[in-house]
Design a protein around this ligand. Sequence first.
Ligand code: ZN
Length: 303
Amino acid sequence: MQGFNKYYPPDFDPDKHGSLNSYRGKHALGDRARKLDQGILITRFELPFNIWCGHCDAHVGMGVRYNAEKRKIGNYYSTPIYAFRCKCHLCGGWFELQTDPKNTRYVVTEGARQKDEDWDPEENGGFAVHDTDKVGAPVDPLAALEKSTDAQNHMTKVQLPRLEELQSFSEQRSADPYALSVRVRKRFREQKKVDKQLQAEDDALKGRYGLPETLSLVRDDEESKKAAKEEWERAKHQEELSAKAKRRRIGAAVGSLPASVSSGSRIAKRQGSSSTPAVSSLRARILENTARHSGSSTLKPRR
Ligand SMILES: [Zn+2]
């Protein structure tokens, strides 16, 4: 038995013994520490729930206390997991409970059955509690290998070169900011002069022909000149053609006039009533002349 009182025997030597317990060769926890060399400490343990003993099948109520052999059996992260081995007070059979730090509860591991009286929120109109880190289906090792190989290939063939490219590009750009700035500003100054000159030319042209300010002009270069020339020639050709056609039409009308005088009035009618008096008088004179002319000579109608 460990020393309870403060009596120090005459042969007690603090340098030699250190404490009264060691003087008597006892542990401070006394008999409870008798299995300490096996890693077992005997503690008082109270059943946290109702159980049925697996040996005598008797119901053992919550709160019954046992001298349980407590030992550490593992860790959940840094939290130790303890097992409590108890001897049934009715039959002497052993049963064991463990702590379950993950779910903050106790579980019966052998020698007994727990009476299932846990509060089930789902059953009682609450929200279900789901296991968040559920262990998934066992992975196919070949599929996993293939996946990791693909990822590695992608890394070496696509991502790394791209990264290097980006890095060299960035280095190139940020190598000498002063030189780059000088270059940019120099170019901008030159371009500004050219732009100003062009703007002045445009403004002068617009002023000369009274063109609107908002009109954007095409730059004056070889290509635009060529295009303008082509357009000019095409329009000119068109103009000539239409003029020729008009002349032929008039000629035809005039040539067919002697056959019937009414055609002249038809032309007059066709030319529209909007013609001015000067024009109609001119037309009348031409018709008169041609009528006289056709009477003496043989003017063939032109087609
Ligand atoms: Zn029992």
